[in-house]
Ligand binder design. Structure first.
Ligand code: ADP
Ligand code: 2DT
Ligand code: MG
Length: 217
């Protein structure tokens, strides 16, 4: 019987307009086309699902009033809706490239003043990513990028607070092989891509003897 090696769960995190979508697409297409790895790209929030429609409305309409705690739980519910699909894709050998995950949930809600540890609770038990690329971009640098300012959180002052909360993950994750901080300032899209690819390949090689278990957040 042929044993299927499970896929890897790769997440991109960072501020709005830091380059997550660009880099996720580039990594996915490299893996698929150059390494012949079966890949699926996903993102959070998934704006198509039941909870996602509410989240989309909330993000697009700055005037929509809703308690911070409640919206935090809906963002987490949006991930729980996808948990079984994520598990089944990984087990069937598909590598998932995911644009934002639970770290966004905590970083954005904590930036509003909610307690950092409280914010982690609703995501506990979700599938833990194998590798998270945190694109570390300066909030001032990225404000001039295209479309900036169109959604609720795209304000420099708020993004600086989000950056501080991501900083806590960076500290927690120091020496953690599952978290990779990629400095973005002054780097072109291509430079970022080759750095990410290099880190990805090294990680994959280090796991080649690999354990097939999936951890939980
Ligand atoms: P995000 O998904 O993090 O919001 P995007 O990948 O959509 O960010 O990128 C936002 C904009 O910034 C896009 O127009 C993209 O082409 C541009 N961009 C991304 N990375 C870089 C970079 N390293 N240097 C300059 N512009 C970039
Ligand atoms: P983009 O679709 O442009 O990435 O913006 N967010 C996201 C949260 O506040 N909590 C979460 O759990 C997640 C996944 C970040 C989505 C916006 O939603 C915010 C920016
Ligand atoms: Mg994006």
């Amino acid at each position: 019987m042929q044993v299927v090696k499970r896929g890897l769960f790769i997440v991109f995190e960072g501020l709005d307009r830091s380059g997550k979508s660009t880099q996720s697409k580039m990594l996915a297409s490299y893996l698929e086309n150059e390494l012949q790895v079966p890949v699926k790209s996903i993102c959070f929030p998934n704006r198509e699902s039941v909870s996602g429609k509410t989240l989309n409305q909330y993000l697009q309409n700055r005037d929509m009033k809703y308690p911070d705690e409640a919206i935090h739980l809906i963002f987490a519910a949006n991930r729980w809706e996808m948990r079984d699909q994520i598990l089944s894709d990984l087990k069937s050998g598909i590598t998932l490239i995911c644009d934002r995950y639970a770290f966004s949930g905590v970083a954005y809600s904590a930036a509003k003043g909610l307690d950092f540890e409280w914010c982690k609770n609703p995501d506990r038990g979700l599938v833990k990513p194998d590798l998270t690329f945190f694109i570390d971009a300066n909030a001032e640098t990225i404000k001039s990028r295209s479309d900036y300012g169109s959604e609720r959180y795209e304000r420099v002052e708020f993004q600086k607070k989000v950056s501080e909360s991501y900083g806590k993950f960076k500290q927690e994750a120091e020496a953690d092989e599952h978290w990779v901080t990629v400095q973005a300032d002054g780097k072109s899209i291509e430079e970022m891509h080759s750095e990410i690819l290099d880190k990805f390949i090294k990680y994959r090689e280090s796991q080649s003897e690999g354990c097939d278990d999936l951890d939980k957040l």
